[in-house]
Write a protein that binds this ligand. Structure first.
Ligand SMILES: Nc1ncnc2c1ncn2[C@@H]1O[C@H](COP(=O)(O)OP(=O)(O)OP(=O)(O)O)[C@@H](O)[C@H]1O
Length: 271
Protein backbone atom coordinates (compact mmCIF):
# COMPACT_ATOMS: atom_id res chain seq x y z
CA UNK A 1 0.00 0.00 0.00
CA UNK A 2 1.34 3.43 -0.89
CA UNK A 3 1.86 6.17 1.64
CA UNK A 4 -0.15 9.04 0.18
CA UNK A 5 0.92 12.64 0.88
CA UNK A 6 -0.97 15.84 -0.01
CA UNK A 7 1.36 18.84 -0.32
CA UNK A 8 -0.96 21.72 0.46
CA UNK A 9 -1.00 25.37 1.42
CA UNK A 10 -3.57 27.86 0.17
CA UNK A 11 -0.86 30.49 -0.07
CA UNK A 12 0.53 30.78 -3.59
CA UNK A 13 4.19 30.46 -4.48
CA UNK A 14 5.38 28.70 -1.32
CA UNK A 15 7.05 25.89 -3.33
CA UNK A 16 4.34 23.20 -3.18
CA UNK A 17 5.05 22.18 -6.77
CA UNK A 18 8.82 22.49 -6.45
CA UNK A 19 8.80 20.43 -3.25
CA UNK A 20 6.59 17.74 -4.84
CA UNK A 21 8.86 17.45 -7.89
CA UNK A 22 12.11 17.45 -5.93
CA UNK A 23 10.86 15.01 -3.30
CA UNK A 24 9.55 12.65 -5.99
CA UNK A 25 12.85 12.69 -7.90
CA UNK A 26 14.85 12.25 -4.68
CA UNK A 27 12.72 9.30 -3.56
CA UNK A 28 13.05 7.70 -6.99
CA UNK A 29 16.84 8.08 -6.79
CA UNK A 30 16.70 6.19 -3.49
CA UNK A 31 14.97 3.31 -5.27
CA UNK A 32 11.36 4.00 -4.30
CA UNK A 33 8.51 3.89 -6.78
CA UNK A 34 6.75 7.25 -6.86
CA UNK A 35 3.58 8.56 -8.46
CA UNK A 36 2.89 12.28 -8.44
CA UNK A 37 -0.55 13.72 -9.02
CA UNK A 38 -0.90 17.21 -10.42
CA UNK A 39 -4.02 18.48 -8.68
CA UNK A 40 -3.34 22.10 -9.66
CA UNK A 41 -5.01 23.43 -12.82
CA UNK A 42 -1.92 25.58 -13.43
CA UNK A 43 -0.24 22.31 -14.47
CA UNK A 44 3.20 23.48 -13.33
CA UNK A 45 4.23 20.08 -11.96
CA UNK A 46 3.29 18.48 -15.29
CA UNK A 47 5.38 21.07 -17.13
CA UNK A 48 8.33 20.69 -14.78
CA UNK A 49 8.65 16.97 -15.62
CA UNK A 50 7.80 17.46 -19.31
CA UNK A 51 4.57 15.47 -19.11
CA UNK A 52 2.21 15.77 -22.07
CA UNK A 53 -0.88 17.53 -20.74
CA UNK A 54 -2.76 18.75 -23.79
CA UNK A 55 -3.73 15.67 -25.84
CA UNK A 56 -3.42 13.01 -23.14
CA UNK A 57 -5.73 11.95 -20.35
CA UNK A 58 -5.36 14.20 -17.31
CA UNK A 59 -6.66 14.59 -13.79
CA UNK A 60 -9.81 16.17 -15.21
CA UNK A 61 -10.84 12.94 -16.95
CA UNK A 62 -9.86 10.92 -13.87
CA UNK A 63 -12.04 13.09 -11.62
CA UNK A 64 -14.91 12.96 -14.15
CA UNK A 65 -14.62 9.18 -14.23
CA UNK A 66 -14.12 8.86 -18.00
CA UNK A 67 -10.56 7.53 -17.56
CA UNK A 68 -9.10 5.47 -14.71
CA UNK A 69 -6.19 6.67 -12.60
CA UNK A 70 -4.03 3.92 -14.08
CA UNK A 71 -4.86 4.91 -17.67
CA UNK A 72 -3.84 8.52 -17.04
CA UNK A 73 -0.34 7.77 -15.72
CA UNK A 74 2.69 8.93 -17.69
CA UNK A 75 6.26 7.82 -17.04
CA UNK A 76 9.00 10.47 -16.91
CA UNK A 77 12.68 10.30 -15.86
CA UNK A 78 11.80 12.08 -12.56
CA UNK A 79 8.66 10.17 -11.53
CA UNK A 80 5.36 8.81 -12.77
CA UNK A 81 2.66 11.46 -13.02
CA UNK A 82 -1.02 12.00 -13.62
CA UNK A 83 -0.84 15.41 -15.32
CA UNK A 84 -3.22 18.36 -15.22
CA UNK A 85 -4.07 21.43 -17.23
CA UNK A 86 -6.40 24.42 -16.91
CA UNK A 87 -9.53 22.34 -17.66
CA UNK A 88 -9.20 20.85 -14.18
CA UNK A 89 -10.35 24.19 -12.72
CA UNK A 90 -13.86 23.45 -14.02
CA UNK A 91 -14.20 20.26 -11.97
CA UNK A 92 -15.02 22.27 -8.85
CA UNK A 93 -18.31 23.32 -10.52
CA UNK A 94 -18.93 20.07 -12.40
CA UNK A 95 -18.97 17.61 -9.52
CA UNK A 96 -22.39 17.74 -7.89
CA UNK A 97 -22.82 14.34 -6.35
CA UNK A 98 -23.07 13.71 -2.64
CA UNK A 99 -19.66 12.54 -1.54
CA UNK A 100 -17.83 14.54 -4.22
CA UNK A 101 -15.02 15.15 -1.69
CA UNK A 102 -14.28 11.41 -1.86
CA UNK A 103 -13.80 11.29 -5.65
CA UNK A 104 -9.99 11.16 -5.78
CA UNK A 105 -9.78 8.77 -2.83
CA UNK A 106 -12.14 6.36 -4.57
CA UNK A 107 -10.28 6.62 -7.90
CA UNK A 108 -6.91 5.91 -6.29
CA UNK A 109 -8.11 3.13 -4.04
CA UNK A 110 -10.52 1.41 -6.47
CA UNK A 111 -9.89 -2.35 -6.32
CA UNK A 112 -9.79 -2.82 -10.09
CA UNK A 113 -8.45 0.43 -11.52
CA UNK A 114 -6.85 2.16 -8.50
CA UNK A 115 -3.10 2.52 -8.15
CA UNK A 116 -2.72 2.88 -4.38
CA UNK A 117 -1.26 -0.63 -4.14
CA UNK A 118 1.36 -0.06 -6.82
CA UNK A 119 3.67 2.65 -5.50
CA UNK A 120 5.75 3.22 -2.39
CA UNK A 121 4.76 6.88 -2.38
CA UNK A 122 2.02 8.94 -3.98
CA UNK A 123 2.54 12.74 -3.76
CA UNK A 124 -0.35 15.08 -4.57
CA UNK A 125 0.48 18.66 -5.54
CA UNK A 126 -2.45 20.88 -4.48
CA UNK A 127 -3.59 24.20 -5.93
CA UNK A 128 -3.22 27.44 -3.92
CA UNK A 129 -6.75 27.34 -2.50
CA UNK A 130 -8.79 25.41 0.03
CA UNK A 131 -11.48 24.45 -2.51
CA UNK A 132 -12.80 21.09 -3.62
CA UNK A 133 -9.55 19.95 -5.27
CA UNK A 134 -7.55 20.45 -2.08
CA UNK A 135 -10.30 18.81 -0.02
CA UNK A 136 -10.21 15.85 -2.44
CA UNK A 137 -6.43 15.60 -2.06
CA UNK A 138 -6.66 15.73 1.75
CA UNK A 139 -9.44 13.15 1.73
CA UNK A 140 -7.34 10.82 -0.45
CA UNK A 141 -4.17 11.24 1.61
CA UNK A 142 -2.66 9.59 4.66
CA UNK A 143 -0.57 12.67 5.47
CA UNK A 144 -0.59 16.41 4.94
CA UNK A 145 2.81 17.97 4.21
CA UNK A 146 2.83 21.77 4.44
CA UNK A 147 5.49 23.66 2.48
CA UNK A 148 5.64 27.26 3.65
CA UNK A 149 7.84 30.25 2.99
CA UNK A 150 9.84 32.10 5.59
CA UNK A 151 7.47 35.04 5.44
CA UNK A 152 5.09 36.36 8.12
CA UNK A 153 1.88 36.15 6.04
CA UNK A 154 2.73 32.63 4.89
CA UNK A 155 3.33 31.49 8.45
CA UNK A 156 0.06 32.91 9.77
CA UNK A 157 -1.89 31.51 6.76
CA UNK A 158 -1.15 27.98 7.94
CA UNK A 159 -3.88 28.29 10.56
CA UNK A 160 -6.54 28.51 7.79
CA UNK A 161 -5.18 25.32 6.28
CA UNK A 162 -5.34 23.79 9.76
CA UNK A 163 -9.10 24.53 9.92
CA UNK A 164 -9.61 22.72 6.60
CA UNK A 165 -7.46 19.82 7.84
CA UNK A 166 -9.66 19.54 10.94
CA UNK A 167 -12.88 19.56 8.84
CA UNK A 168 -11.51 16.86 6.55
CA UNK A 169 -10.53 14.78 9.55
CA UNK A 170 -14.00 15.21 11.01
CA UNK A 171 -16.09 14.54 7.91
CA UNK A 172 -14.21 12.64 5.21
CA UNK A 173 -10.86 11.25 6.37
CA UNK A 174 -10.48 10.64 10.12
CA UNK A 175 -7.12 8.90 9.61
CA UNK A 176 -5.44 11.98 8.06
CA UNK A 177 -2.32 13.16 9.92
CA UNK A 178 0.05 16.07 9.55
CA UNK A 179 3.45 14.86 8.35
CA UNK A 180 5.17 18.16 8.97
CA UNK A 181 5.84 21.74 7.95
CA UNK A 182 8.72 22.45 5.56
CA UNK A 183 10.27 25.91 5.43
CA UNK A 184 11.24 26.77 1.87
CA UNK A 185 12.87 29.61 -0.06
CA UNK A 186 14.71 30.76 3.04
CA UNK A 187 17.17 33.65 2.99
CA UNK A 188 19.99 34.20 5.43
CA UNK A 189 18.46 37.16 7.28
CA UNK A 190 17.51 37.94 10.82
CA UNK A 191 13.82 38.05 9.91
CA UNK A 192 14.02 34.45 8.62
CA UNK A 193 15.04 33.34 12.09
CA UNK A 194 12.07 35.18 13.65
CA UNK A 195 9.65 33.64 11.14
CA UNK A 196 11.17 30.24 11.71
CA UNK A 197 10.33 30.62 15.40
CA UNK A 198 6.80 31.80 14.56
CA UNK A 199 6.32 28.80 12.25
CA UNK A 200 7.50 26.48 15.01
CA UNK A 201 4.95 28.00 17.41
CA UNK A 202 2.14 27.56 14.87
CA UNK A 203 3.22 23.97 14.15
CA UNK A 204 3.34 23.30 17.85
CA UNK A 205 -0.23 24.56 18.22
CA UNK A 206 -1.28 22.14 15.45
CA UNK A 207 0.66 19.30 17.08
CA UNK A 208 2.89 19.12 13.99
CA UNK A 209 6.64 18.90 13.50
CA UNK A 210 8.70 21.37 11.52
CA UNK A 211 11.31 19.67 9.34
CA UNK A 212 14.84 20.23 10.69
CA UNK A 213 15.94 20.73 7.09
CA UNK A 214 15.05 24.06 5.53
CA UNK A 215 15.32 24.72 1.78
CA UNK A 216 17.25 27.82 0.82
CA UNK A 217 16.46 30.09 -2.09
CA UNK A 218 18.67 29.33 -5.05
CA UNK A 219 18.47 30.03 -8.74
CA UNK A 220 19.49 26.49 -9.72
CA UNK A 221 15.95 25.25 -9.10
CA UNK A 222 14.59 27.75 -11.61
CA UNK A 223 17.27 26.73 -14.14
CA UNK A 224 16.36 23.05 -13.71
CA UNK A 225 12.63 23.76 -14.06
CA UNK A 226 13.27 25.82 -17.19
CA UNK A 227 14.78 22.77 -18.94
CA UNK A 228 12.19 20.42 -17.39
CA UNK A 229 14.71 18.42 -15.37
CA UNK A 230 14.81 17.59 -11.69
CA UNK A 231 17.52 19.42 -9.79
CA UNK A 232 19.56 16.28 -9.08
CA UNK A 233 19.90 15.34 -12.77
CA UNK A 234 20.37 18.99 -13.70
CA UNK A 235 23.31 19.65 -11.39
CA UNK A 236 24.95 16.37 -12.45
CA UNK A 237 24.69 17.15 -16.16
CA UNK A 238 25.82 20.73 -15.61
CA UNK A 239 28.95 19.69 -13.70
CA UNK A 240 29.90 16.46 -15.44
CA UNK A 241 28.52 16.38 -18.97
CA UNK A 242 28.81 20.07 -19.74
CA UNK A 243 31.78 20.77 -17.46
CA UNK A 244 30.15 23.99 -16.27
CA UNK A 245 30.98 25.56 -12.92
CA UNK A 246 28.44 24.93 -10.17
CA UNK A 247 28.50 27.48 -7.34
CA UNK A 248 28.86 26.45 -3.73
CA UNK A 249 25.44 27.98 -3.03
CA UNK A 250 23.84 25.70 -5.65
CA UNK A 251 25.61 22.65 -4.21
CA UNK A 252 24.35 23.64 -0.76
CA UNK A 253 20.84 23.90 -2.17
CA UNK A 254 21.01 20.39 -3.61
CA UNK A 255 22.33 19.14 -0.26
CA UNK A 256 19.31 20.74 1.43
CA UNK A 257 17.07 18.81 -0.97
CA UNK A 258 18.90 15.52 -0.30
CA UNK A 259 18.70 16.07 3.46
CA UNK A 260 15.00 16.79 3.20
CA UNK A 261 14.39 13.55 1.26
CA UNK A 262 16.36 11.59 3.88
CA UNK A 263 14.49 13.22 6.75
CA UNK A 264 11.18 12.57 4.98
CA UNK A 265 11.93 8.85 4.62
CA UNK A 266 13.13 8.52 8.24
CA UNK A 267 10.02 10.30 9.49
CA UNK A 268 7.73 8.10 7.43
CA UNK A 269 9.40 4.98 8.86
CA UNK A 270 8.77 6.26 12.39
CA UNK A 271 5.08 7.04 11.74
N1 LIG B 1 14.18 27.12 -3.05
C1 LIG B 1 13.84 27.93 -4.05
N2 LIG B 1 14.71 28.88 -4.48
C2 LIG B 1 14.38 29.73 -5.48
N3 LIG B 1 13.21 29.70 -6.12
C3 LIG B 1 12.28 28.78 -5.75
C4 LIG B 1 12.56 27.85 -4.70
N4 LIG B 1 11.47 27.05 -4.56
C5 LIG B 1 10.56 27.47 -5.47
N5 LIG B 1 11.06 28.50 -6.17
C6 LIG B 1 10.36 29.26 -7.23
O1 LIG B 1 9.26 29.92 -6.64
C7 LIG B 1 8.16 29.94 -7.53
C8 LIG B 1 6.96 29.29 -6.86
O2 LIG B 1 7.27 27.93 -6.64
P1 LIG B 1 6.18 26.80 -6.80
O3 LIG B 1 5.48 26.91 -8.12
O4 LIG B 1 6.80 25.51 -6.47
O5 LIG B 1 5.17 27.23 -5.65
P2 LIG B 1 3.66 26.74 -5.43
O6 LIG B 1 3.38 26.90 -3.98
O7 LIG B 1 3.45 25.40 -6.01
O8 LIG B 1 2.90 27.82 -6.30
P3 LIG B 1 1.31 27.87 -6.58
O9 LIG B 1 0.71 28.26 -5.29
O10 LIG B 1 1.18 28.89 -7.65
O11 LIG B 1 0.89 26.50 -7.01
C9 LIG B 1 8.61 29.21 -8.79
O12 LIG B 1 9.03 30.17 -9.72
C10 LIG B 1 9.81 28.39 -8.33
O13 LIG B 1 10.76 28.21 -9.35
Amino acid sequence: MSAIFALANQKGGVAKTTTTGTLAAGLKKQGFSVLTIDCDPQGNLSMSVAAENQDSATMYEVMKGTVSAREAIQHTPSCDIIPANTILAGIEQELHNVGKEMTLREKLRDEQTGVAEEYDYILIDCPPSLGLLTVNALTAADYLLIPTMAETFAASGITQLYDTYKSVKKYTNPALRIDGVLLTRTERTRVTKTIQELTEKIADYMGADVYRTTIRSNVIIKEAQAVQENVFDYIESKAQTKGERVSEASRNFVNDCLNFVKEFVEKEREQ
